[in-house]
Design a protein around this ligand. Structure first.
Ligand SMILES: *Cc1c(COP(=O)(O)O)cnc(C)c1O
Length: 389
């Protein structure tokens, strides 16, 4: 969807001509007679501000419908509620930690089995899928090592057993890729990240490909009630108006930052799907239309938590915080922050080494970001030298 199309898909208010979307801060709607209303009766079921956001996101992801939830995890939860006891999920091994926690500690005890495989090798998916697999769950790129899976091929494998393919598209954003066009059935976003884009809200979105799935998710959204409030819907709409501009700038910055890191003597390994050295570069290039995202991860030659700590506490523009996708650059140390709940052995297997640092590039000037990182490297080097006496 072009930037023009996005901006002009946000309707003005038909009642007053207000050019921006009104925030309908109301719980209920007056009815002319029982059951006779203007399309809205109660704000959990529907709200005009939320409807604008949901229609906009459906267009952005080229789906049948979209549904807005209070957080990304509430969106994920609504999709899991499509399942029944005995059903199975086949999921990417590098899955978002919060999704792993929900699968393991909430749904597994309800009798839903989850199998994790490295989905970057499609053969692993074909091998692990069974007749009981109801959902194939992937993220592409993944967090924090940015592994990319072949969505179209995996969708064919899912279809062969009648399973639905769910793609958590948070890291690619709807500007980078539209999984429904590649054969996925459901797309998830943490609207907290690129879509909101300003680190000022939490939100989740589900986009469905078919009318049948739309009706099921709509039922669950109303039945479980984890909807996004009107004010946050308004902020999310406003974020989407600049999504194209922001995401492209973040991708541009991230590529320059990744190239700088690659050439730095203190860096051991850089993870960015836009680098030719990345093992999934070829598929990422085609699948993400050359837009590789704003997140870059890297490890230090001094592969210790101490060195990583020195680095992440010595940047100026990159603020030390969890989350990603906002206009302001952030960095984090996954082993102690986002992935701290994963045992070290498992973490190392997933490539999350002790010194791994994740950057989320914002929309600042690329050179300022690079200078900021260069300064932090100097601090780490000085400390290493001092401590070797
Ligand atoms: C952040 C994130 C989520 C969870 O979203 P919340 O809005 O924090 O609940 C899910 N998937 C991915 C890939 C994420 O990065």
């Amino acid at each position: 969807m072009s930037a023009t199309h996005i901006i002009h898909s946000v309707p003005s208010d038909p009642l007053t001509g207000a050019i921006s979307v009104p925030v309908y801060q109301t719980s209920t709607f007056i009815q002319e007679a029982p059951g006779v209303n203007k399309g809205f009766d109660y704000a959990r079921t529907n709200n005009p501000t939320r409807k604008v956001l949901e229609d906009l996101v459906a267009k952005l992801e080229r789906g049948n419908s979209a549904f807005a939830f209070a957080t990304g995890l509430a969106a994920i939860d609504s999709v899991l509620k499509l399942l029944s006891t005995g059903d199975e999920i086949l999921a990417v091994d590098d899955i978002y930690g919060g999704a792993y926690r929900l699968f393991t500690h909430v749904y597994q005890k309800l009798g839903i089995k989850v199998t994790y495989v490295d989905t970057t090798e499609v053969a692993n998916v074909a091998k692990a899928i069974t007749s009981r697999t109801k959902l194939v769950w992937i993220e592409s790129p993944t967090n924090p090592t940015l592994k990319v899976s072949d969505i179209a091929t995996i969708s064919t494998i899912a279809k062969s057993v009648g399973a639905l393919l769910v793609v958590d598209n948070t890291f690619a954003s709807p500007i980078g890729q539209n999984p429904l066009d590649l054969g996925a059935d459901i797309v998830i976003h943490s609207g907290t990240k690129y879509i909101g884009g300003h680190s000022d809200l939490v939100a989740g979105l589900v986009v469905t490909k078919t009318q049948e799935l739309s009706e099921k998710i709509k039922f669950i959204q109303n039945a479980s009630g984890g909807v996004l409030g009107p004010w946050d819907c308004f902020l999310t709409i406003r974020g989407i108006e600049t999504l194209d501009l922001r995401f492209r700038k973040q991708c541009e910055n991230a590529l320059l930052v990744a190239k700088f890191l690659q050439n730095h003597e203190a860096v051991a390994k850089v993870y960015y799907p836009g680098l030719k050295q990345h093992k999934n570069y070829e598929i990422a290039k085609v699948q993400q239309a050359g837009l590789f995202g704003g997140v870059v991860s890297f490890t230090l030659k001094d592969d210790t938590q101490e060195a990583a700590n020195q680095f992440v506490t010595n940047t100026q523009y990159f603020k030390l915080a969890e989350s990603l996708g906002g206009v302001k650059s952030l960095l984090c140390h996954p082993a102690q922050m986002t992935h701290a709940s994963i045992p070290r052995e498992r973490r190392l297997k997933a490539g999350i080494q002790d010194s791994l640092i994740r950057l989320s590039c914002g929309i600042e000037e690329a050179q300022d970001l690079i200078d900021d990182l260069a300064g932090a490297f100097q601090k780490v080097t000085v400390l290493t030298e001092v401590s070797s006496f």
